[in-house]
Design a protein around this ligand. Structure first.
Ligand SMILES: NC(=O)C1=CN([C@@H]2O[C@H](COP(=O)(O)OP(=O)(O)OC[C@H]3O[C@@H](n4cnc5c(N)ncnc54)[C@H](OP(=O)(O)O)[C@@H]3O)[C@@H](O)[C@H]2O)C=CC1
Ligand SMILES: Nc1nc2c(ncn2[C@@H]2O[C@H](COP(=O)(O)O)[C@@H](O)[C@H]2O)c(=O)[nH]1
Length: 323
């Protein structure tokens, strides 16, 4: 297996077939709906809240609400459906989550998307939860993870997952790699490729995306959707606390397995950092769209499919030379 990460890869341009980048279509189908971009803000407490979820859904973007206010999820689904918007929630695998799923089934309240969000997703606990959700809420599109190997992808797909989320340890707020020695940190892009080759269903690339070009690279190596935390955490709409240091504005971004999320220093695999304040998330989404349109034009196509087959070279972390 070739080992590389985002910085190690350059995609090779093909002959352009459009007269303007604006002709390039960045929309993606995911779970039966069409979205403007193949990106989704991470389901983390400093990245997404209910207000942003509503706004993203209204504006044609995919979202996944986090699971850290478990008691709010029932009414959240209702409120989304009252506004004719899709509901996309997260769950864990602890016993109370089974009661929650059963309560949704009893009330015939089926969210359109459910993400099972745990650190080590290649596990019996996730397999059991996928099966339970599919039994109780059969219309929900289930995204399960996180995994880092083809075996993990196959196990979750075979259990009934509709998509799998790939990425163990590549996140910016992650310390799993240093605390445990495990994960896909440092070779996340190769892991996406390795997993996508085995996948029969969509892959969500999760963690490690630092530039808009990394989105194109994720799609090249087999992802359908990219989950992004730190790049989305510094906005006006981001729920993280605003902080000012040396006259500059920042927003707090902390890991879901950090002491700031857990309220205690116990099995901590995440940290807190400050990300520069960036204004509205919609300006960032517009820039991502323009950059991805440009990527498609360099790929020699008109839509995201063109990215799947472009050639690439491994440049081993030299792409920033001269920048
Ligand atoms: N993508 C990534 O690389 C990572 C993401 N995270 C994020 O942090 C949040 C918390 O994750 P997580 O701790 O899994 O969720 P939970 O705290 O909800 O734990 C889920 C269940 O899995 C158990 N568990 C957790 N880690 C392991 C493990 N390595 N081996 C066996 N059992 C385990 C927990 O028990 P117990 O705690 O008693 O072991 C608990 O029963 C999630 O949002 C997750 O996405 C965290 C780390 C890595
Ligand atoms: N190891 C940990 N990973 C975490 C934690 N909280 C979230 N995450 C993962 O990071 C991505 C976002 O990555 P980024 O590089 O875009 O910032 C997120 O979707 C989770 O999968 C954590 O505490 N520890």
């Amino acid at each position: 297996m070739e080992v590389f990460d985002y910085n190690d890869i350059q995609l090779i341009p093909n002959k352009c077939i459009v007269n303007s980048r604006s002709e390039c279509d960045t929309t993606v189908e995911f779970g039966g709906r069409q979205f403007k971009l193949p990106v989704v803000p991470a389901n983390m407490q400093t990245v997404i809240n209910e207000e942003l979820a509503v706004s993203l859904a209204q504006n044609g973007y995919f979202y996944v609400m986090h699971r850290f206010q478990p008691e709010a999820r029932h009414d959240f689904i209702k409120r989304m459906h009252d506004q004719d918007l899709f509901a996309s929630i997260s769950v864990g695998v602890k016993p109370a989550e089974y009661d929650f799923i059963a309560s949704l089934a009893a009330d015939d309240l089926q969210p359109e998307y459910i993400t099972i969000d745990i650190a080590h997703g290649y596990s019996d606990s996730v397999i059991k939860m996928i099966k339970y959700i599919k039994e109780q809420l059969p219309t929900a599109f289930v995204i399960a993870g996180n995994v880092g190997t083809p075996e993990g992808v196959r196990a979750l797909e075979n259990a009934g997952a509709d998509a799998t989320k790939v990425g163990v340890g590549p996140g910016k707020a992650c310390i799993t790699k240093v605390k445990t020695g495990f994960g896909t940190g440092g070779w996340q892009l190769a892991a996406i490729r390795y997993c996508a080759k085995a996948a029969q269903k969509p892959i969500v690339a999760d963690g490690g995306i630092r530039t808009d070009g990394d989105i194109a690279k994720s799609l090249r190596f087999g992802a359908t959707m990219c989950m992004i935390g730190s790049l989305f955490a510094g906005h006006l709409e981001s729920p993280g606390k605003e902080v000012e240091e040396a006259g500059r504005k920042y927003k707090e971004y902390f890991g879901s397995a950090s002491e700031y999320q857990k309220g205690a220093y116990h099995n901590v695999e995440g940290k807190k950092l400050l990300v520069p304040y960036k204004g509205s998330i919609y300006d960032t989404l517009q820039e991502m769209k323009e950059d991805l349109q440009s990527s498609i034009s360099y790929a020699g196509g008109r839509d995201l499919k063109a990215l799947r087959t472009v050639d690439y070279v491994i440049v081993k972390d030299t792409i920033y030379n001269g920048d």
